[in-house]
Design a protein. Structure first.
Lengths: 249, 245
């Protein structure tokens, strides 16, 4: 990936313009729609495979709220399944995590890197969506193995991260008014696709007679061992195509 | 015109107050005090707009009653209001020539010894958050150099205020998101636990959860929390629609 060198303010203005005109695969309204456009615009401008926006709260990783396409959503959710990855490190360390060669990081994120490399992604760039002391999420870009990461790329991704942060703070109206309940509820609605993970967690808890946190651990372990996205495993549990009592992991 | 060495001190002093957890009002008083010093004998006041676009007095170089009154008057007319509305500087070097422009403000100002007034917008790109008001007892225009320095001071204050507001919004959003998600997620988890316990669909499980919460006057999220944290708690629900065994 190569990006034209620009001054910081020019990059920011260019990112804003591209986000306004971006056309994501699926059109959603509200903040989720703006964040989808950020992912789509970043993918086009930085010439990535795809991009996603992770939401973070004080409780940790809440899931992928926006993406450039379905593949990017699945790549993003791998960090949740594995419980590790660049987005979590970027969030914890409050700074960008640039991984041009994921294959060289298999000790750092064993489960995560195995899954992503298996799906053809070898380069991950994670930029925190932070303002002051508060971290709201992470913008993550995915590319082919051994991508080149130059200052044009990181500068442009930072600019997109800033646009995403502003979208989170201002909401789609961007009128500068205070955040109301609807921004938070719009964002929690953007995580609607993950509902089955929580439902399955409750089912596994009862089915295996374990605690709720342990139920998620068992789901993650089984998803990883059978090379299935956590979301798909959860759907199988909810529809009773899968019986947790038969899991050996 | 302020000496360059002194000017450097002013900006260092202002920047020094911009630490984490800085006090906004204290910071604005520092800015107003320095703005007054830069312009010589003048008094300086800062007005910020609320979300309804109404201007409020925030800080001034002196707390004199006449200065506060001149600032507060400007919610209906005056240089601050014009400056805030247009986003452009407003200069009136002789207020005695402005009785038509601001019938109330100009007369009150002249009566209390203010003969010239300048207002500079506190603006970042297309966002105007307020205005900085300079009152002088002589009928003079501010030198261009002083205006430039004041502009820089107003810009610095604006960036600090916008950053502080964004951080406050981010903290609020973070809390709201977490509580919205926590209550939603726990309900979904309880639906799963009930569905598994009774061998019903998650839709049916939700009806059971809601029915039990209603008939026992419990909050849905509290009941859900009990179900997912206490082993076997899902058994407390009785399916009112199912035949009793």
């Amino acid at each position: 990936m190569t990006v034209v060198e620009r001054e910081p303010l020019d990059r920011y203005e260019r990112a804003r313009t591209l986000v306004r005109t971006a056309e994501p695969e699926v059109l959603r309204t509200g903040i989720a729609g703006v964040l989808d456009r950020v992912c789509t615009a970043a993918t086009g401008e930085v010439r990535l495979f795809g991009a996603s926006v992770h939401l973070m709260s004080g409780a940790g990783h809440e899931g992928v709220a926006a993406c450039s396409d379905q593949r990017a959503l699945e790549w993003g959710e791998v960090a949740f399944t594995a419980g590790e990855g660049p987005c979590l490190d970027a969030w914890r360390n409050r700074g960008p995590v640039l991984v041009p060669d994921l294959a060289a990081q298999q000790e750092r994120w064993p489960g995560y890197s195995t899954t992503l490399l298996g799906s053809g992604v070898g380069c991950v760039l994670a930029f925190p969506l932070s303002i002051g002391e508060v971290d709201l999420g992470v913008l993550e870009g995915y590319d082919a193995p051994r991508c080149s990461v130059d200052t044009g790329t990181t500068g442009m991704m930072s600019a997109f991260a800033r646009v995403a942060t502003e979208a989170l703070l201002d909401g789609p109206a961007a009128d500068g008014s205070m955040v109301n309940g609807s921004s938070a509820s719009q964002l929690s609605a953007a995580l609607e696709h993950r509902i089955e993970i929580h439902q399955a967690q409750g089912m596994v808890m009862v089915s295996l007679g374990v605690t709720l946190p342990d139920a998620l651990v068992r789901m993650r372990a089984h998803a990883f061992a059978s090379d299935v996205p956590l979301l798909v495993l959860a759907q199988d549990v909810v529809t009773r195509r899968a019986d947790p009592r038969e899991w050996t992991t | 015109m302020i000496a360059i060495e002194r000017l450097a001190d002013v900006f260092v002093d202002v920047a020094d107050t911009l630490v984490t957890d800085f006090d906004l009002i204290d910071f604005l008083h520092t800015v107003a005090g320095h703005a007054a010093e830069i312009t010589g004998t003048a008094a300086v006041g800062l007005m910020l707009a609320d979300s309804n676009g109404r201007l409020h007095y925030m800080a001034a170089s002196s707390e004199s009653a006449r200065l506060l009154e001149l600032l507060q008057l400007q919610n209906s007319e005056g240089p601050c209001l014009e400056c805030f509305n247009s986003g452009e500087p407003v200069a009136q070097p002789d207020l005695r020539a402005a009785y038509d422009r601001w019938p109330v403000f100009a007369r009150r100002a002249v009566a209390s010894g203010v003969l010239a007034v300048h207002a500079l917008p506190m603006r970042l790109r297309d966002t105007v958050i307020g205005a900085l008001n300079v009152f002088q007892s002589e009928s003079v225009a501010l030198p261009a150099e002083d205006q430039r320095v004041l502009r820089a001071l107003a810009d610095l204050a604006t960036i600090a205020i916008i950053q502080e507001r964004a951080m406050a919004r981010a903290e609020l959003l973070n809390e709201q998101l977490q509580s919205a998600l926590t209550s939603r997620i726990v309900i979904e988890q309880a639906k799963g636990a009930i569905a598994q316990t009774y061998g019903v669909s998650v839709e049916r499980a939700f009806e059971m959860l809601r029915g039990h919460a209603r008939s026992h006057q419990l909050r849905l999220s509290e009941l859900a929390h009990t179900i997912v944290t206490q082993p076997g708690a899902a058994a407390i629900l009785r399916d009112p629609g199912a035949p009793r065994s």
